[in-house]
Design a protein around this ligand. Sequence first.
Ligand SMILES: Cc1cc2nc3c(=O)[nH]c(=O)nc-3n(C[C@H](O)[C@H](O)[C@H](O)COP(=O)(O)O)c2cc1C
Ligand SMILES: Nc1ncnc2c1ncn2[C@@H]1O[C@H](COP(=O)(O)OP(=O)(O)OP(=O)(O)O)[C@@H](O)[C@H]1O
Ligand SMILES: [Mg+2]
Length: 506
Amino acid sequence: MEIDKAIRESDDRRLKTKYNNAIHVIQRALALYSIEEVTFSFNGGKDSTVLLNLLRAGYFLHKGEQSCPNGSLTNFPIRTIYFESTSAFPEINSFTYDTATTYGLQLDIIRSDFKSGLEALLKAKPIRAIFLGVRIGDPTAVGQEQFSPSSPGWPPFMRVNPILDWSYRDVWAFILTCKVQYCSLYDQGYTSIGSIHDTVPNALLCISNASSNNEKFKPAYMLSDGRLERAGRVKKISPLVCGQPVENGMDRVDSNRNSILTASAIAVGDEILFGIVEDQLGPSLCKKLHSIGWAVSQTAVVRNDIDSVAEEVERQKSSNDMVFIYGGVGPLHSDVTSAGVAKAFGVRLAPDEEFEEYLRQLIGDHCTGDRNEMALLPEGITELLHHDKLPVPLIKCKNVIILAATNLAELDKEWNCLIELLRSTGLSLMEPYKSESLTTDLSDVEAAQPLSKLCIEFPDLHIGCYRKSRQGPLVISFQGKDQARIEAAIESLSKKLHPGAFSEVI
Ligand SMILES: Cc1cc2nc3c(=O)[nH]c(=O)nc-3n(C[C@H](O)[C@H](O)[C@H](O)COP(=O)(O)O)c2cc1C
Ligand SMILES: Nc1ncnc2c1ncn2[C@@H]1O[C@H](COP(=O)(O)OP(=O)(O)OP(=O)(O)O)[C@@H](O)[C@H]1O
Ligand SMILES: [Mg+2]
């Protein structure tokens, strides 16, 4: 069988893994359901073209060579459905019809919407499972597995997604390796095809031609960065850097310029708890947050353990506008931060094609395509915050930001990028906190009463006291957003006690 042969002869290890996994899913489905009970949802797009050829190979391998003399498969026995729409590209329509002829597909054309079309189909035929070319990263893939029952409200059937974990690169590697025919639109710069109303060629493939007005495009397989597959789809643009608007956190900053926003920081690290290393990022993060006017409600250190991370994140995300978490980020056994964040939000970890592409550009092409080697991030809640100065984007899951920094220099860099990203969205940051400190040789007993009165007089300030040693001077610190109020508080305290009782800490 030509597809199976082409893959076996290829030396692309990753493609072989992806192929074998997809064939396994197809074979399990063909073992579970009879051929009359399955159908293939084909629309002429690249993903469904890949799936068609995988199904041809999978059916061939399932049946064994006896039923397909000469190793060829002329008639494809899996019923195929196509939802034809008046807004489909004519090239898509003709490719779909031509492909049906080439491969002997029994094509059922459905001209109603997906749901009612499927309802009618399931009434008329004994169909129990439908093969789809859905891939993770497709907006509709969230929450889906390779076998996913149809959603509530939809007629009951099993959605079978053999190429769920394939990336854009994998799709083209398969098409080119197996020399499969595909719709001509992909040679004209289209990289993902919806309807004529929402799809244009991908501008990233445009070959600029200054001498004429004729725009030309490179073929879809030339798009080296699979993250940009949908750049040719007309998008509903969110005004924020953060993609989907969230109800809390930095998105609210502007309207809350004078209100208090709180953040917390979680360090993940057994070595901090063992006392082997000292957490330096927490204190630095606190200073940085105060410098943009955020109050820090808590810092915590947790073990490298999914449940410990999840419990802490769950607690802090609901009581803070933003939570910063660092440590435990990467592919090692102890790197559980993403899994903990996913658990705190009740979602699973799923391969993130966009993040994988960043990692690939960073570490090269060495991954074999096994699921566990892919960049796994909390599904459906992750936004990647890109900045040119960062090799990989910052990860934001609702109001939790996962920092990859492992030292102060890296934290400075990530922080500066984060602030720039926020500024570029037109959001101003909060009024920063100002801080003044005094020292006094007064005893605690002498200082206690005037300080209590001062706190009542200046409820808008944070007035704190600490000692560096029992015998040494008492340090009194003032934090607030209004410098004049801090100065008024210092003056008021001086009046309450004899002049010269205090000296300012510079
Ligand atoms: C065969 C088939 C089965 C589908 N099953 C479901 C389903 O179970 N649940 C669901 O929400 N959408 C289902 N859909 C709809 C798709 O998830 C998705 O909404 C559609 O492909 C997006 O097309 P659009 O971009 O034109 O809206 C199904 C679509 C097809 C073709
Ligand atoms: N009109 C349709 N008729 C039949 N199946 C469809 C239709 N639209 C979508 N599907 C199914 O949903 C899958 C996902 O659609 P999607 O648009 O993401 O992929 P594609 O069309 O195959 O490729 P591309 O991403 O390049 O458009 C398809 O592979 C196909 O199985
Ligand atoms: Mg499509």
